[in-house]
Write a protein that binds this ligand. Structure first.
Ligand code: SGN
Ligand code: CA
Length: 524
C-alpha cells in the first residue's frame, strides 16, 4: 500500500496508476475481498427534527420508519453539522472535502469548477463505478461519474425534466419515485457486478414549494402537528440579522405557491399557472380533490393574526412531511432491494440531507443561519459487520468529512489538501481522543439576496456558539447548555467575557487552519 504522503505526491502521476492497478487486482481476481459499496442517500432541506430516529416533537406524529431502520441497524450521528447552510455549497463541500472558500462554491449563484479533485473521481480512478441520480444544483455538468442523470437547477416535483450526458428529457411521475427508479435500475442493469460502486441518490424533496406525491396528498389530514415553543419569537435578545431576515411563516410564506391555497388567487396568476403546468389532468384532479375541500374550509373560516400563522404552520408542516413520507417509502424500496439482492452485506448505506431546515422554530422556514436548526443535518449510517446496530456517535462531524470518510472506507488514501477528517473510526464505534472540539461555519449569501440573511461566520463547540455578522459588525454568543434554542445572545454579559475571548482565539485558529482569506468583504 502506498503511504499517505506518497499518494498525495503522486496524484495524477504514474505511481498512482500503479497503486490503482494493485487495488483493482484482488477484486478482478475474485478473491472475495471486494471493497465495500457506498450508497449515499441525500435529501434537500430534510431537517434533523423531521427524522424520527432523532426523537423530537414530530417523531410520533410523523415517523420515518425506513430512515430510522438505517439508524437502528447502524449508527446515528447526534452532532452532525454543515459548514455553510445552503444547497449548492453543501454539495460542493461533500464532493471536495474542502470549505466553500477553497472549493470556490460559496453561494447558490456560483458555478462548480468540475475540473477540481473530488472524491467520486478518486474512487473512479481506483476501480469504483460511480453513479449519481437526482438533484445536483452545481450548474456545471457532473464530473467523476460513470452514469448520471440530474435535475436542472431545483427541478420539478411532477413529471420533471432531467439532464443526461445525451441531453435533456422529461420523465413521467413524481420526482422522488423517479430518482429511486433510476438508481434501482442502475443497480440492476447499469453496472458491472464485479466492481465496487459509489451510488449517490439525491432527492429534490422536501425542498420548497413542498409538493407532496400522489400517494401522500392526504397523509396527516387527521393529525395536529405540534408547534415549537418559539413559533411566535419576537427576536428580542438577538441582533439585526434575526430581526431583518425574510423567512417567517407569518410574512414570507405565500398562500399560493407555498401553501397551495390556489383558490385565493386569480386563474391567470403566473404562479398558479406555473404550479399546475407540469401536471397531467389526472394528477391535477387528484390534487384538487385533496386540497379543494380543505382550502374552502380555510377561506370560509378566514383566520387572522396568530390563528392565521397557526393555520399556515399546519399546512406547511403537513406538506413538508408528506414529501418526506415519499422519501421514506423510497428509502424502504432501496433497503429492500439491497437485501433481496444480497448487496446489503457489503454496502455502507448513509442517509443525510444537504442541510436541516426551520420547521417553525423562531417563526421561520428555510435555513442559512448558524443557529442550531440549520447548522445541523441528519446523518445515519449502516455498515453490516462493522457498525454496531443501534449505536450513537456524539463527536462533532461535518459534511466536510464525507469525502475523506468515503475514501477511507474504500481504502483510498486521503489527499492532504482535503480539510475534513474521516469519521470511519466513529462508524466502528471508536472515539478518537484527538477529535475536533470546534467546528467552523461561514455563510456567504447575504443581505438583499433571497431570505435576506446577513453574511456571517463563527464556530460552535460542544457547549458554546460564537457568530460574527461582519457586514453589520455584530457579534452573537450563545450558551447552548442554558439556552438550547438560542433565544438570548450573551455577548454583552460580562460573566462570559473570558469564555468569549477564548472562543475568539479559537475562531482565529480555525480561520488560519482552513486558510480563510483575511478580512471578509465589508458591506457589498
Ligand atoms: C429558492 C426558494 C428559497 C430557497 C432557495 C435556495 N424559493 O429560491 O426559499 O431558500 O431556493 O434553496 S422558491 O420560491 O423558489 O421555492 S436551496 O436548497 O436550493 O439552497
Ligand atoms: Ca437545501
Amino acid at each position: 500500500m502506498v503511504s499517505r504522503r506518497d499518494f498525495i505526491r503522486c496524484v495524477g502521476g504514474s505511481t498512482l496508476a500503479a497503486w490503482v492497478a494493485a487495488q483493482a487486482r484482488p477484486a478482478r481476481a475474485g478473491t472475495g475481498a471486494q471493497r465495500p459499496n457506498i450508497l449515499w442517500i441525500y435529501s434537500d432541506d430534510h431537517a434533523q427534527n423531521a427524522v424520527s430516529a432523532y426523537g423530537g416533537r414530530l417523531a410520533s406524529a410523523a415517523p420515518t420508519p425506513n430512515i430510522d431502520r438505517i439508524a437502528r441497524e447502524g449508527v446515528i450521528f447526534r452532532n452532525s453539522f454543515v459548514t455553510n447552510s445552503i444547497c449548492g455549497p453543501c454539495r460542493a463541500v461533500v464532493l471536495t472535502g474542502k470549505h466553500s472558500h477553497i472549493n470556490g462554491f460559496r453561494t447558490n449563484s456560483d458555478s462548480f469548477d468540475g475540473s477540481q479533485q473530488t472524491f467520486p473521481k478518486l474512487l473512479q480512478q481506483t476501480g469504483y463505478q460511480t453513479a449519481l441520480f437526482g438533484k445536483w444544483h452545481l450548474v456545471t455538468e457532473p464530473t467523476g461519474f460513470d452514469a448520471w442523470e440530474v435535475l436542472p437547477g431545483q427541478g420539478s416535483y411532477y413529471n420533471p425534466d432531467f439532464l443526461t450526458p445525451e441531453g435533456r428529457h422529461r420523465r413521467d411521475g413524481y420526482v422522488t419515485d423517479i430518482i429511486t427508479d433510476l438508481a434501482l435500475d442502475w443497480l440492476q442493469t447499469g453496472r458491472k457486478a464485479e466492481k465496487p460502486f459509489l451510488l449517490m441518490i439525491q432527492n429534490k424533496a422536501p425542498h420548497r414549494e413542498w409538493e407532496p406525491g400522489p400517494e401522500h396528498l392526504t397523509t396527516y389530514d387527521d393529525v395536529t402537528i405540534p408547534e415549537p415553543d418559539n413559533l411566535f419569537d419576537d427576536y428580542t435578545g438577538r441582533g439585526t440579522a434575526a430581526r431583518e431576515q425574510d423567512m417567517t411563516i407569518a410574512k414570507t410564506m405565500r398562500l399560493g405557491p407555498d401553501l397551495k391555497v390556489w383558490e385565493a388567487l386569480k386563474d391567470d396568476d403566473p404562479d398558479k399557472q406555473r404550479a399546475f403546468s407540469r401536471m397531467t389532468e389526472e394528477q391535477r384532479a387528484r390534487w384538487e380533490a385533496a386540497y379543494g375541500p380543505k382550502n374552502r374550509a380555510f377561506l370560509e373560516a378566514n383566520p387572522q393574526g396568530d390563528d392565521l400563522v397557526r393555520w399556515k404552520y399546519q399546512r406547511y408542516m403537513k406538506d413538508y412531511l408528506r414529501c418526506i413520507a415519499s422519501i421514506d417509502d423510497n428509502v424502504g424500496r432501496v433497503l429492500d432491494y439491497l437485501e433481496a439482492s444480497g448487496l446489503d452485506k457489503n454496502t455502507v448505506v448513509f442517509y443525510s440531507s444537504d442541510q436541516s431546515f426551520y420547521l417553525g422554530e423562531h417563526g421561520w422556514f428555510d435555513k442559512r443561519f448558524i443557529y442550531e436548526e440549520s447548522l445541523r443535518t441528519p446523518l445515519v449510517a449502516r455498515w453490516p459487520g462493522v457498525t454496531k446496530p443501534g449505536s450513537e456517535a456524539d463527536l462533532m462531524v461535518q459534511n466536510l468529512d464525507c469525502a475523506e470518510t468515503f475514501l477511507d472506507i474504500a481504502g483510498v488514501p486521503i489527499p492532504g489538501d482535503m480539510q475534513g477528517r474521516s469519521f470511519k473510526p466513529l462508524l466502528r464505534g471508536r472515539r478518537p481522543r484527538n477529535w475536533r472540539t470546534s467546528i467552523y461555519y461561514h455563510y456567504y449569501e447575504g443581505e438583499g439576496k433571497v431570505h435576506n440573511v446577513y453574511k456571517h461566520y463563527g464556530l460552535r463547540t460542544a457547549r458554546y456558539k460564537l457568530a460574527y455578522f461582519y457586514t453589520l459588525d455584530e457579534w452573537e454568543f450563545y450558551d447552548l447548555e442554558n439556552d438550547p434554542h438560542e433565544m438570548r445572545s450573551e455577548y454583552n454579559n460580562p460573566d462570559y467575557a473570558p469564555r468569549i475571548a477564548e472562543l475568539k482565539a479559537e475562531l482565529a485558529r480555525l480561520r488560519e487552519l482552513y486558510r480563510v482569506p483575511e478580512d471578509p468583504p465589508a458591506k457589498t
